[in-house]
Design a protein around this ligand. Sequence first.
Ligand code: GLU
Length: 325
Amino acid sequence: MEELQRIVTRAWETGRAAAASGRVANYIPELGKADPSSVAVAVANLDGSGASAGDVETRFTLQSVSKVASLACVMATGLHDPFERVGVEPSGDAFHSIVRLEEETGRPRNPLINAGAIAVSELLEGPNPSEKIETLRGFLQVATRGADVDGSFALDEAIYHSERDTGYRNRALASYMKHHDVVADPFVAVDTYFRQCSLLADVRSLARFGLFLASGGVDPDSGLRILSAEATRKILALMTTCGLYDEVGRFALQVGIPAKSGVSGAILAIVPGRCAMACFGPALGPKGNSVAGMAMMELLARELELSIFSAGEAGRQLETSGQSA
Ligand code: GLU
């Protein structure tokens, strides 16, 4: 077996063992039906190689990972500047925090918390939420070149309805932002957000989606520019500082890769210039992140030496020879 596949399989075994300690999110009732023992992982390299292991056919909703996709989609269109309505500072709060709207302005702290994503999703092109979601799905399909052949990032109707029936906290956030004129129509904003959270992927299509973020905004297969290099860099910076709720610090230390997690148990992680990785495991830890996903990301980062904070070979060479070598 090839070395990468061996490491990915080992990551999956570690993730599977870790999953037993987590609990599936059920505040969106339909999410609670996920199998807590389900675990999958995929790595997609920029050179076209890759590996995957586990329940790779299992589809899950993107939930908060969709925040990266909608932000990229809005920035790619270039018609609106999302940073006119959202900030760029980490919140340090749990994913559903209601307090991180700035009191004076009602502005969300960043685009990767719920309030920020609700504000950004309203900027997707289209006259109503379903058309806006078609814009986003089109973007996902272009960015993956149709990798999600089965469902093309289809909407999971049951999850969407379940969240729509119960998502009063998100509605409160949207209403508060309307009070401060951060959003134009809170009903459109929040419904678009519920829908984008309910889009389906599997680990391979999600990792494939992340490749343009690893390559400075270019689809590695076609050479097509999906997003400007500057916008890509900004999104990766935000993922690094705001992507894992209030566990972002530990993730930076233990893994050290721009990433975004979601309550479905998905994590998308990007190693600039190298690869994109996707993990899935619906059993969550106390901070709302997939326990299997965290364990798998840690192992992959360590074994493949992926942390963006590591000097890697350059440091080792200097240690043995200094500048004179
Ligand atoms: N749709 C979920 C919510 O808004 C997404 C939360 C998440 O994945 O962080 O509650």
